[in-house]
Design a protein around this ligand. Structure first.
Ligand SMILES: [Fe+2]
Ligand SMILES: [Fe+2]
Length: 157
């Protein structure tokens, strides 16, 4: 898998870990900590979805001409995940830990199903078809086509 896609998978794992921190706090009935951790999770999720929806998906659609395929399905799933995220948020704000835990349980299932499809299908397709993925995603690299890659390590002729 390309470096850019490895970074996107890493973001999936980070979101998972952040959501687990929130769940752990909720099980201990530590609502302030649960709220803080859920906010962080939500920010990471929004950032990741923004990268996909505004950069990765359009680049994939442009490179392949596939505008009515996996990116449409993924955008739809993002909307479902966001709606459930808002539900969990509302339960947390209302100090209802059991309701929040139930919503987070379902949220977790949806996210895992979504991530499996991206990691097994869409990301490999992107890696194989979108040029300059690192710079498309703003990861500070160009995929090796300019001097930024060789600046970090000596030239291998
Ligand atoms: Fe996604
Ligand atoms: Fe993703």
């Amino acid at each position: 898998m390309s470096q850019a896609m490895i970074e996107m998978v890493r973001q999936h794992r980070e979101c998972d870990e952040q959501l687990t921190r929130c769940e752990t706090a909720l099980r201990k009935r530590d609502l302030p900590s649960a709220g803080r951790n859920f906010r962080l999770f939500s920010e990471e999720l929004d950032h990741h979805f923004m990268l996909e929806e505004e950069r990765l998906f359009p680049a994939f659609e442009k490179a392949t001409g596939i505008t009515n395929g996996p990116t449409v399905v993924m955008r739809g799933e993002h909307a479902e995940i966001r709606a459930l995220r808002d539900e969990a948020y509302a339960a947390l704000e209302a100090h209802q830990p059991d309701e929040a835990l139930a919503a987070i349980d379902t949220l977790n299932v949806l996210i895992q199903q979504h991530n499996i499809k991206e990691e097994n299908v869409l990301y490999p397709m992107c890696g194989g078809s979108v040029p300059q993925l690192m710079s498309v995603l703003g990861f500070g690299g160009c995929g090796g086509a300019c001097s930024c890659a060789s600046a970090a390590k000596p030239e291998t002729a």
